[in-house]
Design a protein around this ligand. Structure first.
Ligand code: SF4
Ligand code: FES
Length: 247
């Protein structure tokens, strides 16, 4: 495939940035989207030009590091991560626009890389459980109803990629926050800190400059892990209960 790529270039956080157009040839439909960008970067290296900065780590859909807005959609046209998106989703001759996540809580650092440490600080504020050190307890000593375990595991698949924020017109991280609250709140081990967790994590979310949820649903549509919208209902329900009990 031969492709035209319109890519956001920005030298640093202070630079205004702009779209540059590149032509790339000889792209196989079996390549991943990031391998296609690797090919372009090799071309730029050979020309003595600065390669395009973008984030990736596992390239297996697990780490949540890759984050590209592709033709206006976070992670592109399929329900998957950018690293697991393949070029067979595009056609020879296509023009593809590639930008970084756009959200005021995710400042652009360089080209396609943004600072997503705001999500780490939300986790630090309460996205954990406290457990005694020592050997692991016998697994069957804490019974967990099957439905609760399934729901906790399903929402624990959130990889903290930030696509939900990038998709949301309000720049809200409510789907991410709801996934974490639900994951820990469904399990017995998450109960001791349940109410302080939801208050502290929500306060940190707001402090970081993420917007409020107005039930638009773009987040769930963009999520590569198909986290359902109802985790936001769980978040609001837990927050109301916590406030009622004076947390
Ligand atoms: S909820 Fe989905 S889109 Fe949001 S951070 Fe988690 S995996 Fe990414
Ligand atoms: S590089 Fe790890 S999820 Fe894409």
């Amino acid at each position: 495939m031969n492709l035209t790529l319109k890519i956001w270039r920005q030298a640093n956080a202070q630079d205004k940035g702009r779209i540059h157009t590149y032509e790339v040839a000889g792209i196989s439909e079996d390549m991943s989207f990031l391998e296609m960008l690797d090919v372009l970067n090799e071309q730029l290296n050979e020309l003595g030009e600065e390669p395009i900065a973008f984030d990736s780590d596992c390239r297996e859909g697990i780490c949540g590091t890759c984050s590209l807005m592709i033709n206006g959609e976070p992670h592109g046209p399929e329900v998957t991560t950018t690293c697991q998106l393949h070029m067979r989703s595009f056609k020879d001759g296509d023009t593809i626009t590639i930008e970084p996540w756009r959200s005021s809580a995710f400042p652009v650092l360089r080209d396609l890389c943004v600072d997503r440490s705001a999500l780490d600080r939300i986790i630090q504020s309460g996205g954990y459980i406290s457990a005694n050190t020592g050997s692991a307890p016998e697994a069957n000593s804490v019974p967990v109803p099957r439905d609760d375990a399934v729901r906790a595991f399903n929402v624990a698949t959130c990889i903290q990629c930030g696509a939900c924020v990038a998709a949301c017109p309000n720049g809200s991280a409510s789907l991410f926050l709801g996934a974490k609250i639900t994951h820990l709140g469904e399990l017995p081990q998450g109960q001791p800190e349940r109410w302080s967790r939801v208050v502290d994590m929500t306060a940190q979310h707001d402090h970081e400059g993420f917007g409020g949820c107005t039930n638009i649903g773009e987040c769930a549509a963009a999520c590569p892990k198909e986290i359902p919208l109802d985790v936001i209902s769980q978040l609001n329900k837990d927050l109301r209960t916590a406030m009622r009990h004076g947390h």
